[in-house]
Design a binder for this molecule. Structure first.
Ligand code: ZN
Length: 277
């Protein structure tokens, strides 16, 4: 499969967590200065801020607001904790609407004290409970399947097939998928499940980084595109052949890169984006 090279930054979006050293204002200014086109805002970056005002500032910098990251974490053994999760997701949906983000990314959660089957049921009922508000505000909810190494406590949805199954069950146009290469690259069913997701119009978001060998930390040792073993161009070819033409979001948690200067990291991201993504 051939893939069109990326020749400019018109589809480049950066997550605020990637440039962790920058507060929201600095991130907006520096992305604009660097020619980045979109921003995905992590909720921590809104703490102490009015999301309406942050949204205005992003728009006046000419950046597209791609997503709010993140909601989810629905499963819990205790009912009170499940109810609190649904409330927190309501707040996330309201924040997204105030910010002007069309979509909330869902890291769906899991509780190691119960079965994955039970956690998946609670994810479905949690999303269903949040759908009326999402509908009234026009906010999409995008389930992000996570690599199976996180099945214990971060997500009971670990493959694209499983995310597609949950979407089938919820069967709602606002419920779709965040497709992150870090979590999905290894899956032999990737091509078929990508086509399945695209046919159902549920490829809502696309996240990139790379998988390092060895990976020294389960959370914070992601690579910059081109540093690892993910076939980034092949996978972009799959999603684009299936019809996805949206933003390409750089989401890198990396203690190694976070030690460098954030300006230099963003320059490296731009280089890797054009050459290896
Ligand atoms: Zn992601």
């Amino acid at each position: 499969m051939t893939v069109e090279p990326l020749t400019d930054y018109s589809r480049l979006c950066v997550h605020t967590i990637t440039t962790k050293g920058w507060e929201i204002e600095e991130a907006i200014d520096c992305y604009k200065e660097a020619g980045v086109s979109g921003i995905t805002v992590w909720r921590q970056w809104l703490e102490g801020h009015n999301p309406d005002k942050v949204g205005d500032r992003i728009r006046s910098a000419g950046l597209k607001i791609v997503s709010l990251c993140r909601g989810g974490f629905y499963p819990a053994i205790k009912e009170a904790a499940r109810a609190e999760a649904i409330d927190d997701n309501r707040r996330a949906i309201e924040q997204a609407a105030a910010l002007g983000a069309p979509l909330v990314v869902l890291v769906c959660g899991a509780d190691p004290g119960q079965s994955l089957v039970e956690s998946r049921k609670q994810i479905i009922s949690g999303i269903a409970a949040n759908l009326p508000l999402a509908e009234s505000l026009g906010i999409k909810l995008a389930i992000e399947p996570l690599h199976p190494m996180y099945a214990n406590d971060r997500s009971a949805i670990n493959t694209l097939a499983s995310a597609n199954d949950i979407c089938d069950e919820l069967n709602h146009p606002l419920v779709g998928i965040t497709y992150d290469v870090y979590h999905l690259w290894w899956d032999p069913a990737l091509e078929a499940e990508t086509i399945r997701a695209a046919k159902a119009n549920r490829l809502f978001a696309y996240h990139v980084c790379d998988w390092l060998t060895p990976t020294t930390d389960l959370l914070n040792d992601r690579g910059l595109m081109g540093e690892g073993c993910i076939e980034l161009q092949r996978i972009r070819g799959l999603v684009e052949a299936a019809g996805f033409k949206g933003m390409i979001e750089v989401e890198i948690f990396s203690d190694r890169w976070w030690k460098q200067s954030t300006d230099k990291f963003l320059e490296s991201i731009k280089h890797s984006y054009l050459n290896y993504t």
